[in-house]
Every structure is written in C-alpha cells, then in structure tokens.
Design a protein around this ligand. Structure first.
Ligand code: HEC
Length: 209
C-alpha cells in the first residue's frame, strides 16, 4: 500500500474540486441574490411570497408527480423555442427561484412548461375540468386524469360554484342528485398553479413585448 498517500490525494482533490465547482462557486454567484422591484418607481418586491394554499398546493404537485411531465424553466430565445411557444413572457433567471426551498425545475417536457401558467390560464373552472379529465379541455391529451382529487357531494339546495361542469352522457357523470367538487388538495393545487407567474420584470430578464 505504498500508494496510499497518492490515492488519498487523488480522492481529496476530486472531492475538493467538485465541491468548489458545484457548491462554492454557485454560492458565490447566487448566494446573496435578493428580491427586487420590477421597476424603479415600484415598491413591490418580486418574486412574490406564496399564499398558504399555494404552499400546500406545491406539496400536492410534488406528491402527484406533475414535475415528471412539466418543467418550470423558460429558456432564452437563442436556446430554444419556449418563448415562441408562449410558455413565458421572458426567460427565467436564478432570482425567480430564491424563495423556494425545493425548486421544481423538472427534467422532462411531456406537457408544456408551467413557469407562467398563472398568467396563461386564470380560470379555476378550466383547471378543475382539466385535472378531472384532460380530455374535456384538451382532446387527445396524454396527461392522466386526477379524478381522485375530487369527490361527489349531494347537490342539496344549490349547485356549488366550484362543481365541475360536465358534458351530457359523460362516462364519469356523478350519481343522480350528486355533483363532483374539488377536494382540498385540488383547490390548493390550482392555487399553486395560479401562483406560477413570470409577469414581472427582473433585473436580469425583462418582459418581452
Ligand atoms: C404523463 C405526463 C403528465 C403528467 C404526470 C401531468 N401532466 Fe399536465 N400535461 C401533460 C400534457 C401532455 C399536457 C398538454 C395537453 C393538455 O393540455 O392536457 C399537459 C397540460 C397541462 C396543463 C395546461 C398547460 C397549458 O399550457 O395549457 C396544466 C396546467 C397541467 N398539465 C398541470 C398538471 C398538473 C397540476 C399535474 C399533476 C397533478 C400534471 N399536469 C401532470 C402531461 C402530464
């Protein structure tokens, strides 16, 4: 084992170089990033804090594996067609993620990028229909239905505002006298989707016309 010091040095420098490159350099470059105003005459700091419901919704998003099919990162024009596809009004930068403990950038794009879904799709009704059965809003979609995030409750005196509107003769129509309504998880998840917005200027990336 006369090579032991050499092996030790090799292992030590491999780990030290990786740590410097991956952790220390990122910390020096991004560690002190803070929230910023969108323009000089504005006082609101972006990114905005998420509401409690949106924070719970993020856990649902993780638990249901949405991030295996959806990314949350918009590339600049010279790196890809994200902005042409309408996935963002500007590209994302490190500052957009500083409030997030777990950043859900995602790796696969079976579905569209969701970094700006909050400005693209504002309707609760659309989201509920789409989560209940993607075929209702997007025929031919390969996104799975998340019907277990909904429950059937008696119609009673009034139809609930958030009851899903379904076509006649629909295969998963509620039992007579019942309506499908979102469970807490579904409504939290939709609040989370509403919170995903790239509709403000950042010092590193400005909204495109
Ligand atoms: C198997 C892959 C897959 C999974 C898992 C998945 N999606 Fe999708 N998603 C898609 C595809 C494909 C589309 C595009 C067609 C459509 O609108 O349904 C889509 C579309 C969407 C859209 C509309 C995007 C737009 O630009 O209009 C939203 C919002 C969405 N998904 C949210 C979710 C959420 C929330 C979850 C987790 C509960 C989820 N998706 C899980 C594949 C997936």
């Amino acid at each position: 084992m006369k090579n032991l010091p050499l092996i030790f040095c090799g292992v030590f420098f491999t780990i030290a170089f990786s740590w410097t490159g991956l952790i220390l350099t990122s910390q020096i470059q991004y560690g002190r990033l803070e929230r910023a105003t969108a323009s000089e005459d504005e006082t609101t700091l972006y990114p905005l804090q998420m509401s409690g419901a949106a924070i719970r919704g993020k856990d649902v998003y993780i638990a249901q594996g949405c991030l295996y099919c959806h990314t949350q990162q918009v590339r600049p024009r010279h790196q890809g067609g994200d902005i042409e596809r309408g996935w963002g009004q500007r590209y994302t930068v490190a500052r957009d993620y500083i409030l997030q403990e777990r950043v859900l950038l995602g790796t696969m794009r079976t579905g569209p990028d969701l970094a700006d879904i909050g400005t693209r799709q504002k309707s609760d009704e659309w989201h509920y229909q789409h989560l209940f059965d993607p075929q209702l809003t997007s025929p031919g979609s390969v996104m799975p239905p998340f019907r277990f995030l909904f429950e059937q409750v008696p119609v009673g005196e009034t139809v609930r505002m958030d009851a899903i509107k379904l076509p006649a003769d629909y295969a998963f129509a509620p039992r007579p006298g019942f309506q499908w309504v979102p469970r807490q998880e579904a409504s939290d998840l939709v609040q989370y989707l509403h919170s995903l917005r790239l509709n403000y200027n950042s010092p590193e990336s400005r909204l495109e016309e």
